[in-house]
Ligand binder design. Structure first.
Ligand SMILES: Cc1cc2nc3c(=O)[nH]c(=O)nc-3n(C[C@H](O)[C@H](O)[C@H](O)COP(=O)(O)OP(=O)(O)OC[C@H]3O[C@@H](n4cnc5c(N)ncnc54)[C@H](O)[C@@H]3O)c2cc1C
Length: 380
């Protein structure tokens, strides 16, 4: 199937309107419905979007795999974020997992994953370690896993996860990647998932201890996970989802003011215009950043500049979204805090989803990359 959003010559916004509406309509109830995001994942599957992330050699359309599809991937992640940030979180994880396997997996593993995705599997990337980091060790010529992953998004929905782990017999300090079947419900623990936002992502703990690791499911070489421009550079994808969430909030805020006859007030108009301006700026920056990062894979000399650009874009998106959240709260007053409303859910989801790992370190890294480029101005 050729997807409307991926067809040459068609505008990226074409298609998927009904899908996005369906996802948005269920976004409030999905966080408390025991079915969680299963209906949304089915809808993405039926729309062919899980398969579209595969390379063309595996029957996909390379969505998110390179510069040629970066713009379409950006549009889709933004639209999904606008419909439901939790759905965007899971879809971004799937896209990232397929990409890591495409970049670093053996041909046999890529075929295995291609078959699984064509059969409907949702993938994820689980990198976050808690007090029992995931490791592997060998006994009697076989490999075993021990430890757990926290913030494991999509528990009960993700069938195969690309996980980071340490190898006991290596002292290089480098992270390895492996593909593991994570469908066993007995190993999934949602009791620790008590976050106020992004509840629907079902991001709990997964216990790996006692699972055997097929050596053929080790992905790439030590250190591949953090290889640039894909590691820090790839943050443009979740930023696209953040942007979509901010846009949804701005739309709802405008409609709520209009319904109360308050939209023509100069103070309200000023805040609204500022928020729309920030959304425009984020969109322009991220569209460019996504393409630059993906294109840098073809040009080793441009990797540092692309990664610095992605890190700075993340900083700008975080600060812009925080400002939009504050502006919405000022404009709506207590109405922004009424539980059971979409505005309140999106506020919770966006402010939680913005909290990604080690943001201070990311800004520092951008500074180091820029300083290392010799100063005198940005290297792009
Ligand atoms: C909804 C959601 C879903 C997620 N899903 C996944 C998933 O599927 N897979 C996955 O791998 N991860 C996932 N994550 C986790 C994500 O990768 C991060 O691990 C997580 O967001 C870290 O957030 P944090 O605020 O605890 O970060 P922290 O890194 O603890 O940052 C909090 C603050 O502490 C500062 N800080 C960090 N380190 C230090 C230090 N050493 N000393 C001093 N200050 C420090 C930071 O700069 C920041 O100011 C998810 C996160 C969210 C919110």
């Amino acid at each position: 199937m050729n997807h409307p959003a991926l067809s040459p010559g068609r505008h990226q916004a074409d298609g998927y309107d009904a899908l996005m509406r369906r996802i948005a309509q269920r976004a409030d109830s999905a966080e408390t419905d025991p079915a969680g995001l299963a209906p949304e994942m089915d809808a993405l599957r039926q729309a062919g979007l899980l398969t579209a992330c595969l390379p063309t050699s595996e029957g996909g359309q390379g969505l998110g795999l390179g510069a040629d599809t970066a713009r379409v991937a950006f549009d889709l992640l933004r639209r999904l974020g606008r419909a439901n940030l939790s759905v965007a979180r899971l879809f971004e994880g799937h896209m990232n997992a397929v990409k890591l396997l495409h970049l670093y997996g053996t041909p046999g593993l890529r075929q295995h994953v291609g078959q699984a995705v064509r059969n409907g599997a949702l993938l994820g990337v689980w990198g976050a370690d808690g007090t029992h980091p995931l490791r592997c060790f060998g006994v009697g010529g076989r490999l075993w896993l021990e430890g757990e992953k926290i913030f494991a998004s999509g528990l009960g929905l993700v069938r195969l996860a690309v996980v980071t782990l340490r190898a006991d017999d290596a002292d290089d300090g480098l992270s390895r990647l492996a593909l593991v079947d994570v469908s066993d419900p007995a190993r999934q623990d949602l009791s620790s998932w008590r976050a106020s936002g992004m509840r629907a992502t079902a991001s709990g703990c997964f216990a790996f201890t006692g699972l055997e690791l097929d050596p053929g499911h080790i992905v790439g070489r030590p250190g591949d996970y953090t290889r640039e421009p894909f590691f820090e550079g790839g943050i443009w994808r979740y930023c696209a989802a953040h942007l979509g969430g901010a846009e949804a909030l701005v739309d709802l805020w405008r409609d709520a003011l209009a319904a109360r006859g308050r939209l023509d007030d100069p103070m309200q108009l000023g805040r609204y215009a500022r928020a729309v301006g920030l959304c425009h700026a984020m969109a322009s920056l991220l569209r460019e950043t996504g393409h630059t990062v993906e294109a840098a894979a073809e040009d080793r000399d441009s990797i540092d500049a692309a990664v610095a650009g992605a890190l700075l874009a993340r900083q700008f998106v975080e600060e812009s979204c925080v400002e939009i959240l504050q502006l919405a709260e000022k404009s709506l007053g207590t109405a922004a805090h009424i539980s059971g409303t979409s505005i309140e859910r999106i506020r919770r989801d966006l402010s939680m989803f913005l909290r990604q790992a080690a943001p201070d370190a990311k800004l520092l890294q951008a500074g180091r990359l820029l300083a290392g480029a010799g100063g005198g101005g940005p290297p792009w």
